[in-house]
Structures are given as C-alpha cells and as structure tokens.
Ligand binder design. Structure first.
Ligand code: FNR
Length: 360
C-alpha cells in the first residue's frame, strides 16, 4: 500500500510532516470580538493539530474591519490581534504541525450575520452594525447590500492592508500565508468578469482583472522573508457561462508562480448565487489537476475529500500534491489519526496516549 498522503512536503525549505491539511474554516465565534482569537480557537486549532493534520490554515482573517464577513471574524489589522494569535501558533507548533493563516477581504460579501447564526442570516441591518461594503464595481451580490466601487486610493489601501496583515502574521509566528482570492470575496470579485465591470486598468482583460491580486502578492512578498511560503486560494471556475474559466485560472496561477507564490489552493464557485455546482466526492479535484498540469505549480485539492483511501489516491497518483479536508476534520478531529490507521501508517508524532487508543 502506498503512503503518499503521509509523506512530508517541503515548500521554500519549510518541511511539513504530511500532505493531509486542514483548509481555512471561519468559526464565527460569538465571543470573538474585535478580531482577536479566544479560547475556542486554541481548542479548535489545537485539536486539529493533535488529530494528525500536517498543516492547518487558520480561517479567513480580515485585513481591515470592513473586510470581515461577519462581526465575529478574526482580524489582523492591529497588534492586539497579532498578539492574540501567538498562543494558537505556539500550541499547534508544540503538537508538531505547521500553521498558516488565510488573509482575506470579503468585499461585497462582507457585513453579514454570522453564518448559521440564529435568529437571522444574510445582510446585517444598520441597527446591528452593518457597514458599507466595497467591491470592484457597484454591483450587489444577490440579497446583500450594494457595495461602493473602490477608487485608486481605496485599491492602494487594500494592498497596504494585506501587506501589513502579512507582516503581523509572520511576527505572530505563522509558518506560511494564504491570500484568499476565491469564493466571491474581494480579490475574486476583481478576477471575475461577472462582478468586475471596470473600464480602468483593473477591469476588462484577464491581465487587468488579475492586477490587484498580483499587486497584493507583490506587496505581501515584499514584507515577508523569502523563507515564508505563500499560497493563494482561487475559485478555478464559477460553474456558469461568462465566469472565470479553468484556463484563465491556470494563466493567473502561472503569473502567481512568477510573482513568488508557492502553492495554488484550488477551490471553486462563490461569486454567483445558485450556480449549478456538481457537488460530489472530490468534485473539485479535476480543477486542481488541470491547474497543476498547466502550470507545474504545487497544488492543493479540496472539497468532499472525506475518505482516507480517496485522499491517498489523489496524492499517490499525482492529481494534487496536498489534500485539504475540511468538514470531515470537524466531524472527526482525529481524522488524521484515523486515516493513518486505515492506511496502516505509523505516525511517529502521535501523542502516546493516542497511540495506545489507535493500536488495535
Ligand atoms: C468554509 N470554507 C472556507 N473557505 C475559505 O477559503 N475560507 C474560510 O474561512 C472558509 N470558512 C469555512 C467555514 C466552514 C464552517 C466551512 C464548512 C467551510 C470552505 C472550506 O475551506 C472548504 O473549501 C470546503 O468546506 C470544502 O471542503 P470540505 O469541507 O468538503 O472538505
């Protein structure tokens, strides 16, 4: 039996103990105010590291207050937030895993009630603290408020905010960074002709639509050490005519590689309400494979990869270099240990009491 899933992988000299990682997943913790992590985050990220993940990507973290999805998102626009992440980073490191963080700006999809929250969901009302959202163009996502189109100063502010947050993330001890350019959030909104109707140098051609993302990447690379790996999450397709295509995504990933990005985290959708997404086991893996084959960059696959043998097969056959397991790791925070057991791999980094539990 092959054990590719549990082989280490190295990005820019950073060795990660295996290829079974946890993707960013917002926790929307009620107690999280002002973007600062709370005990929940320690418990949550610690348990995933204890459960055998090679690396964990911390949830979408706002680079500016108005870039949060909900008021309970984490942030990295001030030093108190940076300091709040340190215990989370230290705990995960102590458990032998690596930890990255997804830097995000929610664009026109910001200012919503925390998902799955009761009693309300969707766009926040002014009395609950709704804020003005921004986007490439003044086009609302269905059901949400109309955003203001960013002007050149606003765009420069976004670039600076990503860079400042990146610096703080590295100062907090994060091993690597991910820039969120997927799921209909700000940088994806610029990439997509469905949400970007601009006629200036940020709209129109693919080169123009990718300009902001590349500016952000350059700014982030400019403030972090060369040794820090950089990932970008992209929605490779929008599953509708007229949206970003896999071919366009591959071109963007080629540019990203030239600008110092080490990993393409390939997801899909999120910018179109009610898109006909063919959800099923591993449904986004072919997108990751297509990008990998077109660009040669290291890629991560994500989306309903819930089974150890499925994950192993994806890595072993070269469909992707890394597998991200989200909801299954929430259902079973020992998923990494269960996967190793099923694949008959001895993990040297399993804490002793857990080795006893898994030795049958
Ligand atoms: C997510 N997802 C997500 N994606 C992202 O890029 N940034 C984020 O902060 C979040 N937040 C988030 C929260 C929750 C509760 C879920 C379930 C999902 C998407 C996630 O990273 C992943 O791409 C999908 O869940 C698909 O993978 P799984 O869950 O099928 O393995």
């Amino acid at each position: 039996m092959s054990h590719a899933l549990f082989e280490p992988i190295t990005l820019r000299g950073l060795e990660i103990r295996n290829r079974l990682w946890v993707p960013p997943m917002c926790q929307y913790v009620v107690e999280a105010r002002d973007g600062v992590p709370v005990p929940w985050h320690l418990m949550h990220y610690g348990s995933l590291a204890r459960g055998g993940a090679g690396a964990i990507i911390v949830e979408a973290t706002g680079v500016v207050p108005e870039g949060r999805i909900s008021a309970n998102d984490l942030g990295l626009w001030n030093d108190a937030q940076r300091d709040g992440f340190r215990p989370v980073v230290d705990l995960v490191h102590g458990l032998g895993a690596k930890i990255g963080i997804q830097l995000a700006h929610a664009g026109r999809k910001a200012s919503v009630y925390r998902e799955w929250g009761v009693p309300r969901s969707g766009a926040m009302s002014p009395e609950d603290g709704a804020w003005q959202t921004v986007a490439p163009s003044a086009v609302a996502f269905p059901g949400l408020a109309e955003p203001v189109a960013l002007d050149e100063a606003g765009i420069a502010g976004v670039v600076d905010a990503f860079a400042a947050a990146a610096r703080r993330a590295v100062d907090a001890g994060f091993d690597f960074l991910e820039i969120h350019s997927a799921h209909g959030y700000l940088l994806h909104e610029f990439l997509s002709p469905l949400s970007n109707l601009r006629t200036d140098e940020y709209g129109g051609s693919l080169e123009n639509r990718a300009r902001l993302l590349l500016r952000v990447v350059d700014a982030v690379r400019g403030v972090i050490e060369d040794s820090v790996p950089l990932s970008v999450r992209l929605s490779a397709t929008e599953w509708v005519d007229g949206g970003v295509t896999v071919e366009e995504t591959s071109q963007v990933v080629t540019w990203l590689g030239q600008h110092g990005v080490d990993l393409a985290d390939i997801s899909s959708g999120g910018n179109v309400a009610q898109a006909p997404i063919p959800v099923g086991p591993g449904y986004q893996v072919p997108l990751a494979t297509a990008v990998k084959q077109a660009t040669g960059l290291t890629v991560a696959a994500v989306g309903m990869i819930d089974e150890p043998f499925q994950a192993e097969q994806i890595v072993a056959t070269g469909l992707a270099d890394i597998v991200l397991v989200g909801r299954e790791f929430l259902r079973d925070t020992s998923f990494g240990l269960h996967a190793a057991e099923r694949l008959k791999v001895q993990l040297p980094y399993v804490p002793y009491p857990y080795q006893r539990a898994f030795r049958r």
